[in-house]
Ligand binder design. Structure first.
Ligand code: PLP
Length: 435
């Protein structure tokens, strides 16, 4: 199978392949593409570039997929479309053979429009509108989750042939976003729910949970797997034949390799006879694929007492928390901007803190302290409270932010009349042509 499908088949914008650029390393390929797009914008119009844009490295999707297979062998990922629904990303994941976790009619439509078999879709929303259940039934998406009695009635009416996963309560309190407050049946209710499903003649094929998005504590997965085992036993006692354990999403890049084996051991311990295990990773596949480039549209150099007391100068860029930076609020993420300089190649100025971590040289450089704000008239629209750069930033300059693929464009709003659609330019840093 080709690493990436032919351009025609994907119906996507042009992909710049590393092989065409002497196999540049991924970061350099991304930087080259940023540079070429900026040159294009600047050439087109002196005042253009009012929208931020993404560079997506599709080779990184492939590398994350390899990491997943190495750390979670035999556990099929159902990519959580809510995380980033870019059709090109979905198409690459479809080519790589993942399943898809969809939460709405539109997400199902997006995946089905790529020609994906409905059997590869899990409608992983335990509280669905009746119209959405009817739509799923019509298009053949039969696997879905439930965690309450009323949902069972909706399912009985609109999709009696459903293959149900009971979503149980799970929670990693350290997760960026805890989902347990909203979803998941407590263990003292699962028996009643399963009995009702049995009474209604519905088919329960497994158990699911989600410990929270951005989870770091392996103990929360282990507890949830243990609880799932109990729910499996309850279902079996009623006469169901559950065969699927869905361990949800929440997987973080930086602790994936350490948490993965613990999860696998817990599954082996609780299900010694073996079980079909699936997962719903979102951010793991999308976050590191996308780099966002924003333009500085205005600047407030401090004067008077603010200048004397060292308040950082304020930069205003064309994207903020109502656009692609909602994670500053939702996940308390600290954003790290890199200044794209006017010089060519090797042109990205790191924030000073990062630079000094990497070198011990006591080179004296002038530093420039800034806070960075979005374009709206809302004062909560602050992207970076304070950053020190080694170059001065001026109106018209560009700032680059890495790891901007998860819950960014999908959560963007049009508040204050700013656009919520962004151009994406694609590169493929993976030089392998087969996998
Ligand atoms: C049901 C469900 N599955 C999967 C995910 C994806 O989680 P993550 O992106 O943290 O992997 C979410 C995120 O909210 C979710 O609600």
């Amino acid at each position: 199978m080709a690493l990436l499908p032919a351009r025609e088949a994907m119906a996507i914008s042009k992909v710049i392949h590393a092989t065409g650029y002497r196999n540049l390393p991924p970061d350099e390929l991304v930087d080259l593409t940023i540079e070429s797009h900026i040159a294009h914008v600047v050439k087109r119009s002196r005042v253009g570039g009012d929208e931020s844009f993404f560079i997506a490295d599709l080779g990184q999707v492939f590398r994350q997929h390899c990491r997943w297979n190495q750390t979670m062998p035999g556990i099929r990922p159902y990519y959580a479309v809510k995380c980033n629904c870019d059709p090109t990303l979905l198409k690459v994941l479809a080519e790589l053979g993942t399943g898809f976790d969809c939460a709405s009619i539109e997400e199902m439509r997006a995946v089905l429009s790529l020609g994906v078999d409905p059997a590869r879709i899990l409608f992983a929303n335990p509280c669905k509108a009746p119209t959405a259940v009817a739509f799923a039934s019509e298009v053949g998406v039969l696997r879905t989750t439930f965690d309450n009695i009323d949902e069972l009635d909706t399912i009985k009416t609109h999709m009696p042939e459903a293959q149900l996963l009971l979503r149980i309560y799970a929670n990693d309190e350290g997760a960026f976003i805890c989902l347990g407050e909203k979803f998941g049946a407590q263990l003292d209710t699962t028996e009643e729910l399963l009995s009702r499903a049995w009474e209604l003649g519905l088919n329960v094929i497994g158990v699911s949970f989600h410990v929270g998005t951005g989870a770091t504590n392996p103990a929360s997965f282990c507890k949830a797997i243990k609880d799932a085992r109990l729910a499996f036993s309850q279902a079996e006692r009623l006469g169901f034949h559950p065969e699927i354990l869905d361990i949800g999403g929440g997987f973080q890049d930086d602790c994936f390799e350490s948490i993965g084996p613990i999860i696998r051991d817990a599954i082996r311990l609780e299900f010694p006879a073996g079980i079909t295990t699936i997962a719903e990773p979102g951010r793991f596949f999308a976050r590191s694929v996308y780099t966002l480039v924003c333009r500085v549209i205005s600047c407030r150099r401090q004067l008077g007492s603010a200048a004397l007391s060292g308040v950082p100068d304020m930069l205003y860029q064309n994207d903020g928390i109502y656009g692609n930076f909602m994670n500053v609020i939702m996940e308390k993420e600290i954003m790290v901007p890199y200044l794209v300089s006017k010089k060519t190649r090797g042109f990205l100025h790191k924030p000073k803190s990062e630079e000094s971590e990497q070198t011990n040289d006591a080179v004296q450089v002038t530093s420039y302290r800034y806070s960075i704000w979005g374009p709206t008239c809302d004062s909560t629209d602050c992207v970076v409270r304070e950053v020190t750069l080694d170059s001065e930033v001026k109106i018209g300059d560009w700032l680059k932010y890495k790891n901007m693929g998860a819950y960014t464009s999908t959560t963007a709003t049009q508040f204050n009349g700013f656009s919520s659609t962004y151009d994406t330019f694609y590169v493929n840093s993976e030089t392998l042509s087969d996998y």
